[in-house]
Design a protein around this ligand. Structure first.
Ligand code: GLN
Length: 487
């Protein structure tokens, strides 16, 4: 029976600490051994084992003294774009290969203040741009799941692929990701875990390396819906260092788990149906609808007519903001510095280390912001963004939440050559609308592809109604019949 704690959820683990079934040090030690064993998955860019052991001893002390904190001893993975004081933070990029932040991001600092322990900084697509985790300077991450009829390594999804794979393979008990267009929810779906993208402004972005500032939001990746509620409570809240963070009160999210769904109105967007191209996803969705109907929800068709413009608008707005945000990486003040005789040469040789996808976004972004094209592209995309938000607000006159698939497919093979970038962008077809509207959504593992790979369902709600996501998500979870990955 030893080490059975490996497969526990975060909330079960914390209960075990409280009831002294095992110590934090014992759990952290065994987790470190497990990380060594699963090293080929490449989930961590930086391992924080030494520090984790030290913190574990402190946590054990607090449990012994009875002054333990809400997340005391919780071993977590942190996506490598959250600045962590004195710990290397790369954003998956060569240009930050040596960047050690002198300060802590607000969300990670909230976790530390709650007693959490960082196992490591998780691998990710470079600057969070991607859907496969193949654009990381530190190499691809491998999904622990395998298809029934092939031994090929699969992608974990992206850009928070390291966090997703680490949680799925039980190499931490929860993780932080970031979601700009789907980067928490799509990898959660690919790896069979829960992924939450909170309302824009729910969590502070201070100390989070920016991709597209108006869309970026920290999110949680966990084994269960309850764990997601617990972690959100810890990281959410107002921060005077982020002008876009909200003063809206932070409820006790976990208290909504298990609450009856009777009378809730659930919307099924007609335009998303048109985008479902596979039988297994169609059936998954149908089954989810039935679970909610049987739980007493009223199911209604809704229309989100501007959905088809969401991806094109996203791929203008996100690169525009990225081109501006990434201008700060000049090789002068921090990060990689290229050689050169002149300042221009140093800039060029420093920025020369950006990967292909990052360059593509910088070029698109610079182009759409240039004076001749600004009105035609950027302004038009911002107008579409408003229409997409209006679509949701209209739908919410009739329904409380919306149910959709999370991603158009299950995980694909790492060696699958995707040469057309637009094909990769299509991974976010069901998720980007949510970022453009600034509303929250959760992906809950609900079933499998024909090949036995995980598939998630997405619940979307109104601004600051994460409580509904946990309430509905927990019901879907308990009726899913889904089994987490185990070796
Ligand atoms: N896959 C999307 C992109 O490449 C979303 C990324 C994200 O959410 N960080 O931009």
């Amino acid at each position: 029976m030893t080490e059975d704690f490996i497969y526990l959820s975060l909330s079960e683990l914390i209960d075990g600490f409280k009831t002294k079934q095992f110590s934090v040090s014992e759990v952290v030690k065994s987790l470190i051994n497990r990380c060594e064993k699963f090293k080929p998955l490449n989930v961590y860019i930086t391992e924080c084992f030494e520090n984790a052991l030290k913190k574990a001893a402190d946590s054990d002390q607090r449990y012994a003294n009875g002054n333990n904190l809400p997340l005391d001893g919780a071993p977590l993975g942190i996506k490598d774009l959250f600045c962590t004081k004195d710990i290397l933070t790369t954003s998956g990029s060569h240009i930050l290969y040596n960047f050690v932040p002198p300060y802590e991001s607000t969300v990670t600092s909230n976790l530390l203040n709650n007693g959490a322990i960082f196992v490591g900084k998780t691998n990710m697509d470079e600057f969070a741009m991607g859907s496969s985790n193949k654009t990381s300077y530190f190499g691809p991450v491998i999904n622990p799941w395998k298809s029934k009829n092939s031994d090929k390594d699969l992608v974990p999804g992206g850009s928070s692929g390291g966090s997703a794979s680490a949680v799925a393979a039980h190499l931490c008990y929860g993780a932080l990701g970031s979601d700009t267009g789907g980067s928490v929810r799509q990898p959660a779906s690919f790896c069979g875990i829960v992924g939450l993208k909170p309302t824009y402004g729910r969590c502070s972005r201070y100390g989070m390396i920016a991709f597209a500032s108006s869309l970026d939001q920290a999110g949680t990746m966990t084994k269960t819906v309850e764990d997601s509620a617990i972690l959100l409570k810890a990281i959410a809240g107002y921060d005077d260092r982020d002008a876009t963070s909200s003063k809206e009160a932070v409820p006790d999210y976990a208290s909504f788990i298990g609450k009856s769904l009777k009378g809730l109105r659930i919307g099924i967007p007609a335009e998303y149906k048109e985008k479902v191209a596979s039988k297994d996803i169609e059936m998954l969705w149908e089954r989810g609808i039935n679970v909610l109907r049987e739980a007493g929800c009223e199911i209604k068709e809704v229309s989100l007519p501007h959905t088809k413009y969401a991806l094109p608008a996203y791929y203008i707005i996100a690169p525009a903001e990225a081109s501006s945000n990434l201008a700060r990486f000049d090789g002068i003040r921090f990060g990689y510095q290229g050689e050169g005789e002149t300042l221009q040469e140093i800039y060029e040789n420093s920025r020369d280390v950006f990967g292909k996808e990052v360059r593509r976004r910088i070029m698109i972004g610079t182009y759409v912001l240039s004076s001749g094209h600004f009105d035609d592209h950027y302004i038009k995309a911002k107008k579409i963004q408003r229409l997409i938000l209006n679509d949701f607000l209209n739908a919410y006159n009739d329904v409380d939440a919306i149910l959709t698939p999370t991603a158009p497919s299950g995980a694909f093979a790492i060696d699958e050559e995707i040469t057309d970038p637009v094909q990769m962008y299509l991974n976010d077809v069901f998720t980007v609308t949510v970022n453009l509207a600034g509303i929250p959504a959760i992906s809950v593992p609900f079933g499998y592809t024909n090949d036995g790979l995980p598939l998630g369902l997405q619940v979307i709600s109104k601004h600051f109604r994460e409580d509904l996501l946990f309430q509905i998500g927990a019901k879907l979870e308990s009726d899913s019949g889904f089994k987490s990955w185990k070796e």
